[in-house]
Design a protein around this ligand. Structure first.
Ligand code: F6P
Length: 368
């Protein structure tokens, strides 16, 4: 099964998430135990697409020493990027126009030239979509699901999500006390792209009064009513958690920028929600956007464990002849699912889930 495997590369792509280094460590140690040479590709695929840009050649050796003491560290020792998607790479022509080109064949060639027999691609929907195309072109690849957004199909959870929710919960707890002290409305914007997992997870855990998510286009009237009903009951403060991808029933998402070769950047919906609520309630209101704080820092114990399990499972999968697949959590086990199935659409919060049912039981308003 392990026929032909001598040199295994690892890369990390897309936005970083707590736990990347733990995956790298487990994969490297497990690979070395099998006598395989382990290497890391710098900054997603940039290390093989533009090796000249790197003094170290873009592909670096990963030995036992290079992964020592990194399990608890945030970020990624390999670097990452969510710019310049190699499947839709923007190239500026001499006349100033931008042409979009597919560079996947270049990656396949470069991996061959580097003598890489298998690739462990750690990423979210974008990076694993690229991995899926490489698999279809004959690269022996196994994906590892990473993202704070938790929006990947076929795995119960991605690593990074627990750390983001834990931190967001702590922040909302803190905002609770100051909101109560000042009788204010606090609007807390959280990341999550087109899914409301972080908003619902942290919002429910931190007892938010309203949670606005992309899965439920909202009206502000019921949110304002909820705030005023609390006021009448003597609770003069309220917490509203807003996912960055949420939008009004008749409105659009709040997009900061759209650049060729990368996903649109969301942000600013919290300000819109706050303006509307001030108009409707007249209450003193503040906005906090937790933004990249949710991605920074080290992984929780749960994310460390999941990331280590995923890293070890990726190597076990390669050893068993798995390719074109992704490791996935299916409690209590980690199993292997086809990359094509994992990347066909994003996983949003099911409205009939127990999580949403719990939120509804608790009386949390979703603006519907
Ligand atoms: O996918 C992870 C994520 O943090 C999203 O929640 C967010 O929309 C996006 O990445 C932000 O990307 P950037 O780092 O480019 O601002």
């Amino acid at each position: 099964m392990t026929e032909g495997i001598q040199r295994v590369a690892i890369n990390t792509g897309g936005g970083d998430a707590p736990g990347l280094n733990a995956v790298i460590r487990a994969a490297v140690i497990s690979g070395l135990r099998r006598g395989w040479e382990m290497v890391g590709i710098r900054d997603g695929y940039n290390g093989v697409l533009a090796p000249d840009r790197y003094p170290d050649g873009g592909v670096i050796p990963l030995d036992r020493e290079s992964v020592r003491g990194i399990t608890h560290l945030g970020g990624t020792i390999l670097g990452t990027t969510n710019k310049g998607n190699p499947l839709a790479f923007p190239v500026r022509r001499e006349d100033g126009t931008v042409e979009i080109v597919d560079r996947s064949d270049e990656i396949v060639r470069s991996l061959e030239e580097q003598g890489i027999d298998a690739l462990i691609a750690i990423g979210g929907d974008g990076s694993l979509g690229i991995a899926n195309v490489l698999a279809q072109k004959g690269v022996r690849v196994i994906g590892v699901p990473k993202t704070i957004d938790n929006d990947l199909e076929e795995t119960v959870v991605t690593f990074g999500y627990d750390s983001a929710v834990a931190f967001a919960t702590e922040c909302i707890d803190r905002l609770h006390t100051t909101a109560e002290a000042h009788d204010r409305v606090m609007v807390v914007e959280v990341m999550g792209r087109y899914a409301g997992w972080i908003a619902v997870g942290a919002g429910v855990a931190a007892t938010a009064d309203a949670i606005l998510i992309p899965e439920i286009p909202y009206d502000l009237e019921p949110v304002a009513e909820k705030i005023m009903a609390r006021e009448r009951a003597g609770r003069e403060f309220s917490i509203v958690v807003v996912a960055e991808g949420a939008h009004e029933r008749d409105g659009s998402r709040s997009v900061v920028e759209k650049e060729a070769g990368r996903a649109e950047r969301l942000g600013g919906i919290g300000e819109r929600v706050a303006e509307g609520l001030v108009e409707m309630t007249g209450k003193d209101t503040r906005v906090v956007n937790l933004g990249h704080l949710l991605r920074g820092g080290g992984p929780t114990a749960r994310d460390r464990l999941l990331a280590l399990r995923f890293g070890a499972a990726a190597i076990q999968g390669l050893a068993r002849g798995c390719e074109g697949c992704m490791v996935a959590l299916d409690p209590p086990d980690v199993r292997y699912v086809p990359l094509s199935r994992a990347t066909r659409r994003i996983k949003t919060v099911p409205l009939d889930s127990d999580l949403m049912g719990t939120a509804r039981e608790l009386g949390i308003c979703f603006g519907d």
